[in-house]
Design a protein around this ligand. Sequence first.
Ligand SMILES: Cc1cc2nc3c(=O)[nH]c(=O)nc-3n(C[C@H](O)[C@H](O)[C@H](O)COP(=O)(O)O)c2cc1C
Length: 205
Amino acid sequence: MRPAHGYLIHQFLSPFSNVRNDEYGGSELNRMRFAIEVVESVRAHWPASKPLFVRFSVEDDAGWGPEQSVALAKILKPKGVDVIDCSSGGMRGSPVVSAGPVTYGYQVPYAERLRKDADIMSMAVGLIVHADQAEQILQEGRADLIALARELLYNPNWPMDAAQKLGVDRQFGSVPPAQAYWLAKRAQSVKSVVPSTYMKGLSNG
Ligand SMILES: Cc1cc2nc3c(=O)[nH]c(=O)nc-3n(C[C@H](O)[C@H](O)[C@H](O)COP(=O)(O)O)c2cc1C
């Protein structure tokens, strides 16, 4: 589920957009009601064996913030939500970063907050670009999962590349056998050559 970024469910959550005066507007719990009902309905239809992720705009800079997100996550967890995917913004513009400038991992503090204060698994997203950066976020216990969007557009082989850089897949088991054979052979036999993603070029690596 993706109720972030000013999409319909977030429009109910945020006091900026929700001006209703029925049971779906007004108090914080009333504004959460639609999101809760959608989760209940999705969970009722989605197989129990499959995880349910919900994306939040943890901070929308328009009256909905981390405190409200933690409160909603605490309600959704016992209803069968497994992971909160932590993004921000979407109501006034994008993105919103109360924790610092828009740079590497700028939304990680939101994933960290949800994980710690709502005791639910969280997913970090937003300018997570490098393999060691992603690994560090996980190792430091700031998030349970990492999501990438634009870096995968830039480098669709990112998972393979990251596995090499982290030294966890020397036989290229994450790619089809026909590719794995040639890549493992090159890696083992020509040690002086590194992949193009490891340096800018022969002259300025
Ligand atoms: C092509 C594209 C489509 C996206 N579509 C959605 C979307 O439908 N809903 C959403 O919440 N975020 C969407 N996003 C945002 C990404 O999920 C992600 O949160 C954002 O790009 C920041 O992560 P990044 O720095 O790894 O790209 C999209 C991003 C891209 C590049």
